[in-house]
Design a protein around this ligand. Structure first.
Ligand code: NDP
Length: 315
């Protein structure tokens, strides 16, 4: 492998500027440590973990890799204060915060020497994250799976806009699963990429096998944004999605949508494999791959393709 160094590899002390996104019900210690061992940065997704479960995953990740890894903290989930406390106690070196205000925890985490990155869907929030003291931002475009920006700005537009707005390093996300897409994002000004969907269809992801198979069978146009009145989220268009769409078209209120969503829909779909009634969060890019493979193979093939493409003349 050709040695490579830039702002993101230096910031995280990694070899390859590929970051595996923190994803609820998918990215536990197995996936995070596999990605870190392959030279990228693995993230434990704490959003679907009770505090004691998060501690266990951090400890198992430490045993499974001596490479850097991080924890993603989506701020709309419960028990965030306890999660932050555990992250500090366990001396996790890197935290990615998302779906909330970067002012809430950045300075506390920085006081403990933790590298902090915030996920944004607009230049406005990128500027806020830089002002809050974050070390980098993830600019996540509309193609991304799961929770998503209200303004629907695509990665192609968001990445250069965020790069113009801040001076901290920018990591591109949303719609990226190949080396060619990675190179495109870096030509737009990003110093690395964050990849979610591709890593769910890996052996190490803790997601249900039926969900993984549904992902690799999606075709172009099979995902859509839903629940914009609550928290916008990109889903596979299954029965639950169509029920939500019907309710939204009938003018359902926030309260009615909350009632329809109920509790634990995400777990039901992605962890328990209920493909009809569960919530199936995945990005548009899932239509571009069709195999469940080891996580290290994903990192390797993206990096190989990126390097080959760098040397390749443009058509
Ligand atoms: P829910 O709030 O519906 O249910 C909680 C789920 O998280 C359960 O499956 C529970 O597992 C698990 N869980 C993990 N850690 C904790 C914890 N520390 N405390 C409580 N539950 C925990 O979960 P969602 O993932 O669907 O939504 C999370 C948040 O996002 C909620 O605040 C929700 O209102 C909000 N939201 C979500 C949307 C979505 O699309 N999912 C849309 C709009 C808002 P177990 O069953 O084992 O207890």
């Amino acid at each position: 492998m050709q040695p490579f160094q830039n702002k993101i590899t230096s910031l995280f002390k990694i070899d390859i500027p590929v970051i595996q996104a923190g994803m609820i019900w998918a990215s536990g210690w197995r996936l995070a440590s596999a990605v870190s061992n392959a030279g990228g940065l693995g993230l434990i997704g704490s959003g679907s973990m009770y505090p004691d479960v998060l501690r266990e995953h951090i400890q198992k990740c430490k045993s499974a890799t001596d490479k850097p890894f991080g924890v993603n903290v989506p701020m709309l989930y419960p028990d965030i204060d306890k999660h932050i406390q555990i992250i500090i106690e366990e001396k996790v070196a890197i935290v990615f915060t998302s779906a909330g205000n970067p002012n809430t925890y950045t300075s506390l985490l920085k006081q403990h020497g933790i590298t902090v990155v915030h996920v944004v869907s607009s230049s406005k929030f990128a500027v806020k994250a830089e002002a809050a003291g974050c070390d980098a931002v993830v600019a996540e475009g509309f193609e991304a799976g799961g929770h998503n920006g209200r303004e629907e700005t695509t990665t192609m537009v968001l990445v250069p806009a965020v790069c113009q707005s801040v001076s901290i390093p920018v990591i591109a996300a949303g719609g990226i699963a190949t080396g060619k897409q990675m190179l495109a994002a870096m030509v737009l000004g990003a110093s690395g990429v964050q990849i979610g969907s591709r890593f769910i269809a890996s052996h190490e992801a803790s997601s249900h096998i039926d969900f993984k198979n549904a992902i690799i069978n999606t075709k172009e146009g099979d995902t859509s944004l839903a629940l914009k009145k609550l928290t916008p989220v990109r889903l596979i268009k299954n029965k639950f999605y169509h029920d939500v769409l019907k309710a939204e078209e009938a003018g359902a209120s926030q309260e009615e949508l909350k009632l329809l969503l109920g509790r634990g829909r995400a777990k039901r779909g992605m962890f328990e494999g209920d493909l009809d009634e569960g919530e199936l969060e995945i990005g548009q890019v899932s239509s571009l791959f069709n195999k469940i493979v080891p996580a290290a193979g994903i990192v390797d093939s993206i990096w190989q393709e990126f390097q080959q493409q760098l040397r390749h003349p443009l058509k």
